[in-house]
Design a binder for this molecule. Sequence first.
Ligand code: AMP
Length: 213
Amino acid sequence: MGFIDRIRAFFGWSKQEIEIKAMINLILFGPPGSGKGTQAAKLVEKYNFLHISTGDLFRYEMGNDTPLGLKAKSFIEKGELVPDEITIGMLRNKVEANPEVSGYIFDGFPRTIAQSEALDSLLSSMAKKVDMLVALDVEDEEIVKRILQRGKTSGRADDNDESIIRNRISVYNENTSQVYDYYDAKGVSHKVDGLGSIDDIFQRLCQTIESIS
Ligand code: AMP
């Protein structure tokens, strides 16, 4: 019997309970193109989070020409933030539709202080909280290069135009980076070097996550 199985037997926990006890709610943070989507997919595989990406949710809505998608499109096309009330409502629906998961990984949300406050109150109404924010640290010029490269295959209009990409980066620097400080004041923000191979960055992320859970 392995170590974990012995602990499980000792406490009488099921395998699922062990997972739940280990789960946290995590914000995967960082500028556009910092690798959040790639790393989120790997974290989901390892830790069994529910991955919620507001960018992906908007792209799904736009792909289906829904009223929400049509509203979001004009902002996304310019590299601007979709207004808080639209974004928060969409996020809330997704979280409330999946209350039983053992942990969420939020990717691309929150991007404003109002979104951070809305997330905190939503989670607290479910007796949960943001346990950790991990920011992938990548400098601006590297990001422009990465997004232009991704644009060759992503099919995203906002990945193919350098002026839109630069606008997304300045929106991040001017509005979104404050979210890091908001959670830093609560003692849960961490930085991880976002340069290097996908696997190296993943190792750093896992070490950071496991250091608190
Ligand atoms: P992403 O895939 O996270 O880079 O998001 C693509 C675009 O969707 C962003 O440039 C914004 O226009 C919009 N978007 C995604 N998440 C949010 C959010 N939390 N708040 C406002 N706009 C968002």
